[in-house]
Design a protein around this ligand. Structure first.
Ligand code: 4NP
Length: 146
């Protein structure tokens, strides 16, 4: 079974969405892929995803409410076949940790850019854009795994 780890900074806004969207597609299509998510930072270990991510996911029939934040560990870099960074800063931090099978999410799909960090967005605005970017890229990423 192939394994993919999505990594952002806090593991409460973006990478939980990537994990939830991927899990939904994997379930619907019966794919033999395991996914997880983590953050490079340690501020939100054990926390639920941010409320706006839970909301935008729910509006799109994706349930991320049971996920809990965790920090990426060196062992993850060996354990997962593919490490997906949500933005350039995550990518560079993971490279420093020694990640090899590392690709930015924006490499997939048509956005070809970093997924912006929504942590300092004003309220809910912008989360729908973040969702659609992540959804488009994750869809393409999973297509390429077939
Ligand atoms: P995420 O967003 O990386 O998409 O989960 C963030 C969440 C928390 C922080 C930064 C980004 N923070 O600085 O606590």
């Amino acid at each position: 079974m192939k394994s993919i780890l999505f990594v952002c900074l806090g593991n409460i806004c973006r990478s939980p969405l990537a994990q939830g969207i991927a899990e939904k597609i994997i379930n619907e299509e019966g794919l033999d892929i395991r996914v997880d998510s983590a953050g490079t930072g340690n501020w939100h270990i054990g926390e639920a995803p941010c409320e706006h991510s839970i909301k935008v996911a729910a509006l799109n029939s994706v349930d991320i409410s049971a996920q809990r934040g965790r920090q990426v560990e060196a062992a993850d870099l060996e354990a997962f076949d593919l490490i997906i960074a949500l933005d350039q800063s995550n990518y560079e931090n993971l490279k420093k940790m020694g990640a090899e099978n590392l690709v930015k999410l924006g490499h997939f799909g048509h956005f070809n850019e970093d997924v912006p960090d929504p942590f300092f967005f004003e309220g809910f605005e912008g989360f729908d854009k973040v969702f659609s970017m992540i959804e488009s890229c994750v869809t393409e990423l999973l297509k390429e795994q077939k």
